[in-house]
Design a protein around this ligand. Structure first.
Ligand SMILES: Cc1ncc(C[n+]2csc(CCOP(=O)(O)OP(=O)(O)O)c2C)c(N)n1
Ligand code: SF4
Length: 262
């Protein structure tokens, strides 16, 4: 099989805007799922509400498109009802960390055996561009017209602190690295959290000086700091540049997990 065998072509054309990064993340995730050799009948994709959360609708398995912020609550229920199912969650930064914030930390605390892929466009895309918990300082949104003045959440740090067994961050530029990270997450028992920073030209890019999609992808590329380089800076007592974000496999561990297949 190839990852294309997982697509529901009867659902095309898709709803995503031209240049949206979400399709790249879906492709990388399905490529990783395909490599697992999973049976479609034993695989479930679950999401909340948002552009990112529309992803399961384009996938040829059973899926649940649930209520805003509740993807992880539904996923927990599905996994606990049948731990023989492979459960993958697609979510957005607003869905996961704003309205769904408590479900996120408790799913990590329980370390339930699911894989969560968060398409982080740093804004509410579907509802027209309100600020989210990951909107960077000084960035413009409809609710931060003078620039965001609140510190953003670092979703990966949150997942690590709350107890997830696998945590990684990449971007829509890093397709091969992202695919490998999702694969590693799928293979790791317990909660795997993969954050993918993506461009959203419609709600974020045009307000924040990314006139072209390529400008934003270039920004993601040039502002990524590999974890090994970050660790070296820290070892040498040097500061991490404030505009950079760390990418790579951030945690892989063996805390006791819930819902692991016997
Ligand atoms: C309870 C509830 N509150 C608000 C909404 C409206 N709503 C739909 S999607 C969304 C935000 C989506 O943002 P995000 O999760 O970051 O996903 P994106 O669209 O950016 O991928 C909101 C607020 C809703 N559907 N349900
Ligand atoms: S609004 Fe943004 S996230 Fe939503 S489909 Fe358009 S580009 Fe993608």
């Amino acid at each position: 099989m190839t990852f294309e065998d997982w697509f529901r072509t009867d659902r095309l054309p898709h709803i995503y805007c031209a240049g949206c990064g979400n399709g790249t993340i879906i492709n990388c995730t399905l490529a990783a799922v395909d490599q697992m050799g999973w049976n479609k009948d034993k695989t479930v994709f679950i999401s909340g509400i948002g552009c990112s959360s529309r992803a399961p609708g384009y996938i040829l398995t059973d899926s649940l498109h649930t209520t805003h912020g509740r993807a992880l609550a539904f996923a927990t229920g599905v996994k606990m009802a049948d731990n023989g199912l492979n459960v993958v969650v697609f979510t957005g930064d607003g869905d996961l960390a704003a309205i769904g914030g408590n479900h996120f930390i408790h799913a990590c605390r329980r370390n339930i055996d699911i894989t969560v892929v968060c398409m982080n466009n740093q804004i509410y895309g579907m509802t027209g561009g309100q600020g989210s918990p990951t909107t960077p300082l000084r960035c413009l949104s409809t609710t931060t017209p003078y620039g965001c003045s609140e510190q953003p959440f670092d979703l990966c740090e949150l997942a690590i602190a709350a107890g997830a067994n696998f945590v990684a961050r990449w971007t829509s530029y890093h397709v091969k690295e992202l695919e490998k990270a999702v694969r590693a997450g799928l293979e790791t028992p317990g909660l795997s959290f993969i954050e993918a920073l993506v461009q959203c030209p419609t709600a974020f890019g045009r307000r924040n000086k990314f006139k072209q999609v390529a400008d934003h992808v270039e920004y993601l590329k040039t502002h990524s700091l590999l974890k090994v380089k970050r660790d070296r800076l820290l070892e040498n007592g040097e500061a991490v540049p404030p505009d950079m974000f760390v990418v790579g496999e951030l945690v892989k561990r063996k805390r006791p997990a819930l819902g692991v297949k016997a």
